[in-house]
Design a protein around this ligand. Sequence first.
Ligand SMILES: [Fe+2]
Length: 164
Amino acid sequence: MIPKELLELVRLEFVLSWHSVHGEPHWTRVRENGLRLARLTGARLQVVELFALLHDSKRLNDGRDPGHGKRAANFARTLRGSLIQLPDEDFELLAFACEYHTDGWTEAEITVQICWDADRLDLGRVGIRPAPSLLCTTAAREPAMIEWAFLRSQQCYGAQQGFR
Ligand SMILES: [Fe+2]
């Protein structure tokens, strides 16, 4: 469960267009992808949800922006103990997942892998069908999972619910 105050802060500080390819409809789908994968793998739900909300929240543009993962991790650190309440081990997983989510790695702790897979399964929004070889887990590589996520990622943004 994401605290309402955290959601409001992230929305307030987000500098890109709401409906950009890295905006809230994307965060929402990453959350849904992640929760579905977490149920199959035992990944830590709260970390997966926080990753979905935070990982692109500090983007300055919709291009490469190589520093945005590190900025997201640092943003999370500033909220630790206030709006983000996680045990040490879970917090380190969240920070690691955010910082390195665009580096293309596939080997990591299972919760981190699920965070990265949840994000990569949403590539259909930019016209890319996720390649199984770029996904971390067998759960994400399932053809039915890829297809489900791909179809959702191509839905009209106007039909998306906000993050919740
Ligand atoms: Fe993302």
